[in-house]
Design a protein around this ligand. Structure first.
Ligand SMILES: [Zn+2]
Length: 294
């Protein structure tokens, strides 16, 4: 079975500004394209809903799979990341209701909740969602943002290390916008393709991992994108202190996708065991806080 034809659709125009794009280079046998106008970078082959549901159906986490154990071992770091974001948020908004998109087992959400936030975790992997529900007593929903019901309303939608994975970026953000109260916020964390590290590494930058990631943003590019949904940037930063856990979460998703896509684990993963124990100081991840117009 050819995963490329069954699990992807072709994206040739820029998903941010709809302009033409050119092929930049090939990675893991997938083309990465760049927009002629806004320079957004994206995978030519975008995953479909079907591929995402198969990828996250829990197979990877069956039994005591190594990924699952590794992820749970990161619990404390992820809770701390949640607290880190709660501290940043405190400058701009009182604790309220939050939807954590791609919540995994819910550790980041748990960190936010210790600061007074209450909320819901949305996670495509049923096993992780079940863990959050049963072990952490969190309110978890199995699913993707693209399929999320739009009648709920939140003060904050968290998208930590998830926007680059959306199989339908526009639909996902449309839904995110619908479920955000007027004056509410988005907190988005993703890789920064304009960072020094990314530019130094070029094609060898470790965040270029199609097909698991489909989009590579820069802070100004993301700002333009969220503006299309009526959101304005109010703060931006780099969570360098907590990069280790974040990095691991991201790598984990990469492994997960990679397995399901039937590709060999790429060369990029070979250096992972050495990197795990050391703090991640790449500075190639940024977060932005964006507020919806009242
Ligand atoms: Zn563009």
């Amino acid at each position: 079975m050819d995963s490329e034809t069954n699990f992807s659709t072709l994206q040739l125009t820029c998903p941010i500004c709809d302009q033409s794009s050119v092929r930049l280079f090939r990675k893991n046998s997938y083309w990465i394209r760049e927009c002629d106008r806004c320079h957004h970078q994206f995978s030519e082959q975008q995953p479909t809903a079907k591929s995402v549901s198969q990828i996250y159906d829990g197979q990877y986490f069956q039994g005591d799979g190594p990924g699952y154990i590794d992820y749970l071992a990161e619990a404390e770091l992820l809770q701390q990341l949640g607290q880190y974001y709660a501290e940043r948020l405190a400058y701009y908004v009182l604790p309220g209701s939050v939807l954590d998109v791609g919540a995994a087992a819910g550790f980041i959400l748990q960190g936010l909740m210790t600061a007074g936030w209450r909320g819901e975790g949305l996670e495509p992997n049923p096993r992780l969602a079940e863990f959050g529900q049963q072990q952490l007593d969190l309110n978890m929903t199995v699913g993707t943002l693209e399929n999320y019901p739009t009648q709920n309303r939140f003060d904050l939608v968290m998208m930590v290390q998830v926007i680059q994975h959306f199989y339908n970026l526009k639909l996902a953000l449309h839904t995110a916008s619908m479920v955000t109260k007027p004056g509410g916020f988005w907190l988005i964390e993703t890789w920064d393709r304009s960072s020094v590290l990314a530019r130094m590494r070029g094609q060898n930058w470790h965040a270029y991992t199609p097909p698991s990631r489909s989009h590579w943003f820069s802070p100004p590019g993301l700002e333009r994108l969220v503006a299309q949904y009526g959101f304005q940037e109010v703060a931006r930063g780099s969570p360098s202190k907590w990069m280790n856990g974040q990095y691991r979460k991201s790598v984990l998703r990469y492994q997960l996708m990679d397995k399901a896509w039937g590709k060999t684990l790429a060369q990029g993963l070979n250096w992972m065991p050495d990197q795990i124990k050391t703090p991640y100081i790449g500075g190639d991840i940024f977060w932005g806080l964006y507020q919806k117009a009242v």
